[in-house]
Design a protein around this ligand. Structure first.
Ligand code: ADP
Length: 630
C-alpha cells in the first residue's frame, strides 16, 4: 500500500544519464556514427578559418589568382561535405531520440496501467498525463538537440583554443580567453535563476489547467451555482501569476543574453584592436587576423550555447526525475512468482476469511475481520449504511487492493496466488455509474470481449435490453458516443454496461446497484437485464434496491467494517435491529417515491445519489424514522 518514497530520489545527474544509459545501449551503433559525424563536422568547422586565412593571404599577400580560385572551390566542396555530415548526424540523433522517448512513454503508460485504482486516487490524473506528454518531450529535446550540441560545441571549443595557441598569436589568444570565464559564470548563475522560475511557472500552470479540467467536467455544478465568474477569476489569478513569472523569466533571460553578448563581443573588439596593431607592425598577416576573428566569433557562439545548455539540461533532468520516479514506483500489487492455475472447471465459489483491510498505513482500518462464503451460483447482497465498507469489501475480490490480514479465496485459492489477468477474467463488474469510452457503441460493447462475433454482440445487447435503443440511433452500432457517453441516458448506459459484461461472460459478478432511481420502465429493463446477467453466476451485489435484497440468497449487513448480521430478509427483520432500521428507511423512500416518474435522462445526473437507497447514513436523515409502514 505504501508509496515508494519518490521524495528521496537520488541526485538528478544520476537520474538523467544513469537512468538513460541502459535505454541508449540498444542504439549504440547509431550513436557511435552520430559521434563520428559530429567529430567530422567539428573538424571541418575548425578548419574553416584556417582555409579562409590561406584564401585571404593568397589574395592580399601573394596576389595569386589561381590559388584563390582553388581555395574557394575547396571551401565549397568542404561545405557540401559539412551539409551531408550535418544531415546524417541530425537524422541519426532524431531517430535515436524518437525511439527512446517512444519506448519511455510506452513503459510509463504500461507501468501506470498495472497500478491499482488506489494509486490513481492519490494522484492528480492530469499530472500523470503531463508526464507522458511534456516531460517525455523535454527528454527528447535534450537527446535530440541538447547533447549533440554539447558534444559539438565542447569539441569545438577545445579544438579552437588549441589551434589558436599553436597556430596563431599567443597574446591574442589570451585576450580571447579572458572573456570566457565571466561568460560561463553569467550563464550559469542566470541560467539557474531562469530554471527556477520556469519550474514555478510550470507548477502554477499545472494547477490552473487541472482546475480548468475539473471545471469542464463539472460544468453543470459550476453553472448551477452561477460560479462562472468565480472560476474565471480563479483561473485569471493563476494565469496572471504565470504571466508575471514569465516576465520575470524574460528579464532574467534578457540579462543573460545581454551579459553574454557584452563579454563576447567586448572580447572581439579587443582582439580587433590588438590584432590591428599587430598587422600594422607587420607581426601578423591580415589573413591570420581575420581567421582569428572567425575563431573568436565561433568560440563566443559555442560558449553561449554551452551556457544555455545547462538550463535545458536541468529542465530535462527534472523531467527525467519525474518520469523515472513513476517507473520506480513499486507496483503495489505483485503478481505471484509462481502462480497457481485457476481450478478447472472454475465454479465461482467465494470465501472471505478473517479479512482485514486499510487504505493506507496511516489510515484507519476499514474492514475488521470479515468472514463469509458464497456458494457457486448464489447471490449475496451487501447492505449497510454509507461508509460501512461495502465497496471496499467488493473491491478486494478482483484484487484491486490486497487484504492486510486474512484472505480472499475463489474456489479455495487465495486470490494472491492467481495470475491477476486470470482472476479478473472470471469476474464481471457492473459499477454504479458505468462509464463508457468515447467511441462507437460497438467498440464499447466489444470492450467486454474483443473476439466476440457480431452475432454474439447483438445477442448480448438484446439480452441486456440495449439492442432496441441502439438500432434506433442514427448509425446504430456505429454511433459514436461522447467522451462519457453523455448522449445516452443513465438507464441506457447501464444496459450497455450489462451487455459488455455479458460478452465477457464471467463466472462471478460484482454489481454495484445504482442508488439513484430510474423511472419505472427503465428500471424494469435494467432489472430484467441484470436478472439475465446473474443467471447461473455467483453474485456479490451492493444492494440499493428492495427487490434485490428480497431475492438474495443471503444478506450481509455491514456495520462499520464488520458483518453485524446475516441471513435472509424475513429472518433479519426480526433478528437485526440495524437491518430493520435500514429496511424501513428504504421502504419509506420506496413508498414516497412510488408516485414519482423521473425521466431516464434526468436520472443520469441526479444530484442526490442516495435517493431510494439502502445505504443512507443515519446522520443524513431525521433520527426517528417512521416505522408505521414496516
Ligand atoms: P460503502 O461502500 O459501504 O459506502 P466504502 O467501502 O466506500 O463504504 O468505504 C468504507 C470506508 O473506507 C469509508 O470510511 C471510506 O471513507 C473509506 N474509503 C473508501 N475508499 C477509500 C480510499 N480510496 N482511500 C481511503 N479511504 C477510503
Amino acid at each position: 500500500m505504501t508509496e515508494s518514497g519518490n521524495e528521496e530520489t537520488p541526485p538528478s545527474r544520476y537520474h538523467f544519464l544513469g537512468r538513460l544509459r541502459p535505454r541508449l545501449r540498444p542504439h549504440r551503433g547509431k550513436l557511435v556514427w552520430a559521434v563520428i559525424l559530429i567529430v567530422v563536422g567539428t573538424l571541418i568547422g575548425l578548419a574553416f578559418p584556417l582555409i579562409v586565412r590561406e584564401l585571404l593571404d593568397a589574395a592580399f599577400e601573394a596576389g595569386d589568382r589561381t590559388m584563390l580560385n582553388q581555395i574557394a572551390l575547396f571551401l565549397a566542396v568542404l561545405f557540401l561535405i559539412l551539409a551531408g555530415v550535418n544531415f546524417g548526424q541530425s537524422y541519426l540523433t532524431a531517430s535515436v531520440s524518437e525511439r527512446i522517448v517512444a519506448r519511455l512513454r510506452k513503459d510509463v503508460f504500461g507501468h501506470l496501467m498495472s497500478q491499482p485504482p488506489g494509486f490513481f486516487a492519490r494522484r492528480r490524473v492530469g499530472e500523470l498525463s503531463s508526464r507522458l506528454a511534456s516531460d517525455a518531450g523535454l527528454i527528447q529535446g535534450i537527446l535530440r538537440f541538447g547533447i549533440p550540441e554539447l558534444v559539438r560545441q565542447g569539441l569545438f571549443l577545445v579544438g579552437a583554443i588549441i589551434i589558436l595557441i599553436t597556430v596563431a598569436h599567443p597574446r591574442l589568444t589570451l585576450i580571447t580567453m579572458v572573456a570566457i570565464p565571466p561568460t560561463v559564470l553569467a550563464g550559469w548563475l542566470l541560467g539557474r535563476r531562469v530554471r527556477r522560475i520556469s519550474t514555478g511557472i510550470q507548477d502554477r500552470l499545472a494547477d490552473a489547467v487541472s482546475r480548468a479540467d475539473q471545471v469542464f467536467t463539472q460544468i453543470t455544478t459550476v453553472q448551477s451555482f452561477i460560479r462562472e465568474g468565480l472560476e474565471a477569476e480563479r483561473f485569471a489569478t493563476e494565469v496572471d501569476a504565470t504571466r508575471d513569472e514569465g516576465l520575470r523569466r524574460a528579464v532574467a533571460r534578457a540579462f543573460l543574453t545581454g551579459t553574454v553578448t557584452f563579454t563576447a563581443f567586448g572580447a572581439i573588439a579587443l582582439v580587433l584592436w590588438e590584432g590591428g596593431r599587430l598587422v600594422l607592425e607587420g607581426a601578423l598577416t591580415p589573413g591570420t587576423l581575420v581567421a582569428f576573428l572567425f575563431y573568436a566569433f565561433l568560440i563566443a557562439g559555442s560558449v553561449t550555447s554551452l551556457a544555455g545548455f545547462w538550463g535545458n539540461f536541468q529542465e530535462a533532468s527534472g523531467a527525467a526525475r519525474r518520469i523515472f520516479g513513476i517507473l520506480d514506483e513499486r507496483v503495489e500489487l505483485r503478481e505471484p512468482d509462481d502462480p497457481e492455475p485457476l481450478p478447472t472447471p472454475f465454479r465461482g465459489r467465494i470465501r472471505y476469511d478473517g479479512v482485514r483491510f486499510r487504505y493506507g498505513p496511516d489510515l484507519p482500518e476499514v474492514l475488521h475481520g470479515i468472514d463469509f462464503e458464497v456458494a457457486p451460483g448464489e447471490t449475496v447482497a451487501l447492505v449497510g449504511a454509507s461508509g460501512a465498507g461495502k465497496s471496499t469489501l467488493a473491491a478486494l475480490l478482483p484484487r484491486f487492493y490486497d487484504v492486510e490480514g486474512g484472505a480472499v479465496e475463489v474456489d479455495g485459492v487465495d486470490v494472491r496466488r492467481l495470475r491477476l489477468a486470470e482472476l479478473r477474467a472470471r469476474i464481471g463488474l457492473v459499477p454504479q455509474e458505468p462509464m463508457l469510452f468515447a467511441g462507437t457503441v460497438r467498440e464499447n460493447l466489444l470492450y467486454g470481449n474483443l473476439d466476440a462475433t457480431e452475432e454474439e454482440m447483438v445477442r448480448a445487447a438484446k439480452a441486456a435490453h440495449a439492442h432496441d435503443f441502439i438500432v434506433e440511433l442514427p448509425r446504430g452500432y456505429d454511433e459514436k458516443i461522447g467522451e462519457r457517453g453523455i448522449t445516452l441516458s443513465a438507464g441506457q448506459r447501464q444496459r450497455m454496461a450489462i451487455a459488455r459484461v455479458m460478452l465477457k461472460a464471467p463466472t462471478i459478478l460484482i454489481l454495484d446497484e445504482a442508488s439513484s432511481a430510474l423511472d419505472a420502465e427503465s428500471e424494469r429493463l435494467v432489472q430484467d437485464a441484470l436478472d439475465r446477467l446473474m443467471e447461473g453466476r455467483t453474485t456479490l451485489v451492493i444492494a440499493h434496491r428492495l427487490s434485490t435484497i428480497l431475492r438474495a440468497d443471503r444478506i450481509l449487513v455491514l456495520d462499520q467494517g464488520e458483518i453485524a448480521a446475516r441471513g435472509r430478509h424475513m429472518d433479519l427483520l426480526d433478528a437485526s435491529e440495524l437491518y430493520a432500521r435500514l429496511y424501513r428507511r428504504q421502504f419509506d423512500d420506496a413508498m414516497a417515491s412510488s408516485g414519482r416518474s423521473g425521466s431516464e435522462g434526468a436520472g443520469a445526473s441526479s444530484e442526490d445519489p442516495s435517493s431510494g437507497s439502502m445505504d443512507r447514513s443515519p446522520s443524513t436523515r431525521g433520527s426517528t424514522p417512521s416505522s408505521s409502514q414496516a
